[in-house]
Design a protein around this ligand. Structure first.
Ligand code: NDP
Length: 292
């Protein structure tokens, strides 16, 4: 079997078109565009790139982008004040504080200070609780993107066996909850899991979110499984830098029915689901019916 390569870039582009249409409808109704505020503390080059690309994408889709850059030595109090100000600002529908924060700042307190109705990163403990309780809330962007790709590939996921490798608050845990809500039977694996190859081998859906280059081997994968590779690791091969996933792509592609590449699979979905979440937050905050 040669797997279909799941084109996350193309799917994200299509999703972007649909978001832009709905953002325009919102703007017409509300008399203002959906607004996303992104807060960056310090000057980490990777974070600067992420923040700039989020702002650019929001504007491209017809949303308002509010970018706040604070110096590295910003105090907790100043950051909390900014979050309070953004919570109170009617034109801001989504607030994202770019992580990681400088070490002297307490990330959890900052995340907990964000109004859950504006928590477009889905990291507030209440957002996690809503997801577990099956209540409407905002869902962490990366797992939401993975779920969209899976549903596009498979339609109904009901009754399928899924394994999520990795149990972080950002990816693994919400991913498992989303799959459970789609009526999958979910195994959550982590660094202490016994006999991971055997467990992976039983799954119709494999979501890998570990951060260890190519640790999941093709021979572990069940014939015909769908594989979503969230992991990103930088490796040097033949003197050149490469970005690779958690799954050994070449060998897995001989057994899976479909697989995401790294890069070009899950990555492009993450920024687009942030836009999706901002749109949903805007509609909900205004009390409008959220469009399908
Ligand atoms: P974390 O480091 O927070 O979590 C990693 C998880 O993997 C932990 O639960 C850990 O288990 C588990 N783990 C570690 N080693 C093993 C092992 N040998 N076998 C099984 N499980 C193991 O990472 P994140 O969840 O934040 O991110 C995971 C990967 O996804 C990273 O490569 C990250 O860069 C990437 N990522 C990509 C995104 C994208 O848009 N493409 C977005 C977000 C993340 P334990 O809990 O026991 O320690």
């Amino acid at each position: 079997m040669t797997a279909q390569i799941i084109d996350g870039k193309a799917f994200a582009a299509g999703l972007g078109d649909r978001i832009a249409e709905k953002a325009a409808t919102f703007t017409e109704k509300a008399g203002r565009a959906p607004g996303l505020a992104v807060v960056l503390v310090g000057s980490d080059p990777a974070s600067e790139i992420y923040v700039r690309s989020k702002g650019r994408m929001a504007r491209k889709l017809g949303m308002e982008s509010f970018e706040h850059t604070l110096p590295e030595d910003t105090t907790q109090e100043t950051l909390m004040d900014l979050v309070a100000q953004l919570n109170a600002d009617e034109t801001v529908d989504g607030i994202l504080v770019q992580l990681p924060l400088p070490r002297h700042l307490d990330s959890l307190s900052v995340i907990e200070a964000i109004d859950p109705a504006k928590d477009v990163d889905g990291l507030h403990p209440l957002s996690a609780g809503y997801l577990t309780s099956g209540l409407p809330g905002l869902v962490s962007c990366t797992p939401l993107g993975c779920l969209m790709l899976l549903k596009d590939q498979l339609g109904s996921l009901s009754g399928l066996d899924a394994i999520v490798v990795g149990r972080s608050i950002l990816v693994g845990k919400p991913m498992a909850q989303l799959l459970l809500a789609e009526n999958c039977t979910v195994t959550m694996a982590h660094s202490r899991t016994a006999d991971l190859p055997e467990k992976v081998g039983k799954a119709d859906i494999v979501v890998a979110a570990v951060g260890q280059a190519e640790m999941i081997k093709g021979e572990w994968i069940k014939e015909g499984a769908t594989v979503i590779d969230v992991g990103t690791s930088r490796v040097i091969r033949d003197g050149e830098k490469h970005l690779v996933g958690d799954v050994d792509f070449a060998s897995a592609a001989t057994r899976a029915r479909a697989i995401t590449p790294v890069p070009g699979g899950v990555g492009p979905m993450t920024i687009m689901t942030l836009m999706h979440n901002t749109l949903i937050a805007a509609y909900r905050r205004k009390g409008y019916d959220v469009p399908e």
